[in-house]
Design a protein around this ligand. Structure first.
Ligand code: AMP
Length: 222
């Protein structure tokens, strides 16, 4: 099964992606994760994408298409994939459809998770991650006595870089989040519409607990 997971930043796509990977054996393809890895690795793509991402803008469509074209043709995704964070513009949606036709694949379900903007801003401004183990969590999950220590792996600093283990993503600051939400409604909704014209598409209410949202997803995927 091939699934496209869409929704504004902070709507819970990452959490639902984890459920789908665990329960349905799909390979998670997150373009945001791929770009962050490119930035951390200092590749040519990373150098071009880094500043754009920090500003909450979108990386150019041609770079994104190249990245996704290569990834979707790798052997490990042949049993079913979950695209997370792509497409984000109407040209990317058209490009994806053309690419899939080209390589003889299709999309079985497009899931668009929705939540009110204010709820999203509340969630994202309190989101932190661990540089060492990669865990993404709410600040509330940190130990108030040791808020600089990752509750999952116990790290305080990243041994590779000497930077603090716990950090807030640069694009999770309120002003940038508001901008990313605007980018979502002006550009990414058009991508969702373009996909809905070609593939089975479902709106999923993203409020409530992650388990409640997962149950709604399971209902539509059957
Ligand atoms: P995400 O982790 O999906 O929120 O992505 C983080 C950032 O990476 C976005 O705000 C964009 O700057 C960039 N990005 C990720 N996916 C795409 C895409 N499909 N098109 C353009 N930019 C993207």
């Amino acid at each position: 099964m091939n699934v496209v997971l869409m929704g504004a930043p902070g709507v819970g796509k990452g959490t639902q992606a984890r459920y789908l990977v665990e329960n349905r054996g799909l390979v998670h393809i997150s373009t945001g994760d791929m770009l962050r890895a490119a930035v951390a690795g200092g590749s040519e793509l990373g150098r071009r994408a880094g500043a754009v991402m920090a500003a909450g803008e979108l990386v150019p469509d041609d770079l994104m298409m190249k990245l996704v074209r290569e990834r979707l043709q790798q052997a490990d995704v042949a049993g079913g994939w979950l695209l997370d964070g792509f497409p984000r513009t109407a040209p990317q949606a058209e490009g994806l459809a053309a690419l899939l036709d080209d390589i003889g694949q299709t999309v079985d379900a497009v899931l668009v998770i929705t939540a009110p903007d204010e709820e999203i801003i509340r969630r994202l401004t309190s989101r932190v991650s661990c540089r060492v183990c990669g865990k993404i969590m709410n600040r509330k999950e940190l130990d108030p006595a040791r808020p600089d220590v990752c509750p999952a792996c116990g790290a305080q600093t990243d041994p590779r870089t000497g930077k603090p283990a716990i950090y807030q993503r640069e694009d999770d600051r309120e002003e940038t989040i508001r901008h990313r939400l605007e980018v979502f409604s002006t550009q990414t909704l058009a991508a969702a519409e373009a996909l809905a014209a070609r593939y089975p598409s479902y709106q999923i209410e993203g409020t409530g607990t992650p388990d409640e949202v997962a149950a709604r997803v399971a209902d539509v995927l059957g």
